[in-house]
Design a protein around this ligand. Structure first.
Ligand code: G6P
Length: 609
């Protein structure tokens, strides 16, 4: 979490930093700050959002400054206030540093620094870094001082440092927190992700863990932690600024919900061999022998990506008949997981940077199994460290609550299901039939989005409620979980997702006339069972919102409100049923006056464990 940015070049540095921080604000928005150099080091930082700092900045003051760093914070150590805001500076106000990550041994380092009369101003774990650099920088160049400092540090970091003594360079380093360098024409920009870079250049260098980078306006030198030179290649980003603009939508989340017909298509484009009823996923890089040897698949993920993994479990077990387990990354890594020959681990992560998911990937690799990654962000750490994988090609997702990435992940999991099923039990005819359904899905999603106003009306009736229950069975159970997560993330209403039948073992006690219950009740093999559960809720005066299949008039007998989705086969149904739930959460949050794209306490990319 936290977004960091550094710039050196001819543009007004404050403008570049503030624009960069705006793009990175989805990573945290507890406080914000910049530090720039001209004849002196100027630091301006405060609690609150980028817009609040922007409102008080005097840009003229920075006209002659060509180098600086910036930070937007998601607080871990120390409450969000002005003093704890980054950048942090040394005792003499000569060096400034921004940090994303956690310095685990900061307390021990702080003790030593205090003994050496350093004045530590904040409660953060970060500040010790800048004081250690100060200590070493007395006798050595900045890059060496940073290198020395990092040999004393335990934890994770992405850092950028500037020093008055060497006003022509930025020094950056990475261990566990993402960092990318944009290589421009006589300018360089370093940032936590490409969204802050792309308006300046599309040529980038991905920084890897254990690397220190010395950046001048026309040169980048990379070293390892022992200060050996490393050669790096430049990559090109394949999307542009329009992809990270709101394009007329009130919020990024709404824009991303409405992009789904296109993003679902992008996830399967070029990967369907319709004639053969098969899919191709070249990036998996698995041999036929390796594919045949799979005995168990373990999905590992967090948040919404974990819900996608649950849908993958239903799909792969039913159609490819391979046992599947779905693990929370944070749990997987801290027990002693049993991984055996024949196991295949697949990590799912939109950002490709989630700390727990990355650690789980490394844990699985260390135990000798192949690890594949399903990610969105090209060049992300998880994408680079996996043995193979699939990009979901959803484009940048800015809204903190994940929407289009979820449906793209499901699409890829459907493709993976065919990939495996057709090698095992599924016939070419069945494959063809199912794939036809997937190809239709974007159009059907569009039809649902066209009825956005119907959902808005339902939202108007329920936005003041304090609790919600979401119920589904089978493959719709993870969809219920995702619907509940969306609502609590952005509207702060308590919401629980439950398997519809399991409701009788607890949540039913909560049901009365004040409890809205959202049922996913499409016509599938468990439909009648869901209807029974609906009656149980109705008998207790719960308010029922049903997501039902077009043409199902019967359901009106039980539900207070019905939202219809087109009939499809089960395999693609979650792609449709989740759309009204995303819209419901969105409209309720807007009606409650919540900050939809930047919900409190959350961050898009959780790079601390
Ligand atoms: C955070 C985000 C969620 C996301 C989860 C996992 O909690 O707010 O939207 O689902 O992290 O992120 P990942 O990038 O690994 O999918």
């Amino acid at each position: 979490m936290c977004g960091i940015v550094g710039y050196i070049g001819n543009k007004n540095v404050a403008e570049v930093l503030i624009n960069g921080l705006r793009r990175l604000e989805y990573r945290g928005y507890d406080s914000v700050g910049i530090a720039v150099l001209n004849s002196k080091l100027i630091v301006q930082k405060q609690k609150g959002k980028v817009s609040e700092l922007n409102a008080v900045l005097n840009y003229d003051e920075f006209e002659s400054c060509n180098i600086g760093i910036g930070h937007t914070r998601w607080a871990t150590h120390g409450e969000p206030n002005d003093i704890n805001a980054h950048p942090h500076t040394d005792c003499n106000g000569q060096i400034a540093l921004v940090h994303n990550g956690i310095i685990e041994n900061y307390a021990a380092l702080k003790k030593i620094l205090l003994q050496h009369n350093h004045i530590i101003k904040s409660e953060t774990d970060t500040e010790v870094l800048v004081h250690l650099i100060e200590y070493y920088h007395q006798t050595m160049p900045l890059v060496d001082a940073v290198q020395k400092t990092l040999t004393k540090v335990e934890g994770t970091y992405g850092i950028v440092v500037i020093s008055k003594k060497e006003p022509d360079k930025l020094v950056a380093a990475r261990n566990g927190s993402p960092l990318i360098i944009g290589v421009g024409d006589n300018e360089m920009i370093v940032a936590s992700d490409a969204s802050a870079i792309v308006e300046h250049t599309r040529n980038v260098i991905y920084v890897s863990d254990g690397e220190i980078i010395e950046i001048t306006r026309n040169n980048v030198k990379t070293y390892d932690l022992a200060k050996h030179n490393i050669e790096k290649l430049t990559d090109t980003i394949d999307w542009d600024i329009a992809d990270i603009e709101k394009q007329g939508f009130a919020h990024f989340m709404l824009k991303e919900i409405f992009e789904q017909p296109e993003t679902i298509q992008n996830a399967f484009r070029g990967r369907i061999l319709l004639e053969e009823g098969k899919t191709r996923l070249d990036g998996l890089r698995l041999t036929e022998d390796e594919l045949n040897a799979i005995r168990r698949i373990i999905f590992i993920a967090c948040g919404t990506s974990w819900h996608a993994g649950l849908i993958g479990e239903y799909l792969i077990e039913e159609y490819a008949r391979i046992p599947v387990e779905v693990e929370y990354a944070s749990e997987f890594r801290y027990r002693s997981p049993i991984l055996e020959k024949g196991d295949l681990v697949i990590v799912i992560s939109q950002s490709g940077e989630t700390a727990d998911t990355l650690a789980a990937l490394r844990e699985a690799k260390a135990r000798g199994v192949k690890v594949l990654g399903i990610t969105n962000v090209v060049g992300s750490t998880i994408a680079r460290e996996s043995d193979g994988g699939v990009y979901i090609h959803a484009g940048p997702e800015i809204g903190v609550a994940s929407t289009k990435a979820f449906t793209s992940q499901i699409t890829v999991l459907i493709l993976l299901t065919f990939y495996l099923a057709r090698r095992r039990y599924m016939t070419a005819d069945a494959g063809r039939e199912f794939l036809q359904e997937l190809i239709q899905a974007p159009q059907l999603v569009k039809k649902i989005l066209d009825k956005n106003d119907e959902i808005k009306e339902i939202a108007k009736l329920y936005h003041t409620h304090r609790n919600f229950l979401y119920l589904g069975r089978g493959i719709q159970f993870p969809v219920a979980l995702e619907g509940a997560l969306k609502l609590k993330e952005i509207s702060y209403i308590h919401a629980e997702g439950y398997p519809a039948a399991e409701m009788k073992h607890g949540p039913i006690a909560l049901i009365d006339e004040n409890m809205p219950v959202v049922f996913i009740a499409v016509r599938d093999e468990v439909y009648q069972k869901v209807i029974s559960n609906m009656q149980e809720v109705k008998a207790r005066k719960g308010n029922i919102v049903a997501i039902a299949t077009e043409g199902d008039e019967d359901i009106k007998k039980y539900a207070n409100h019905v939202f219809y989705v087109p009939a499809t086969r089960k395999i693609v149904s979650p792609l449709l049923t989740v759309i009204p739930l995303q819209l419901l959460a969105y409209h309720i949050a807007v009606l409650r006056g919540c900050n939809v794209d930047q919900p409190r306490n959350l961050a898009k990319s959780v790079t601390v464990e």
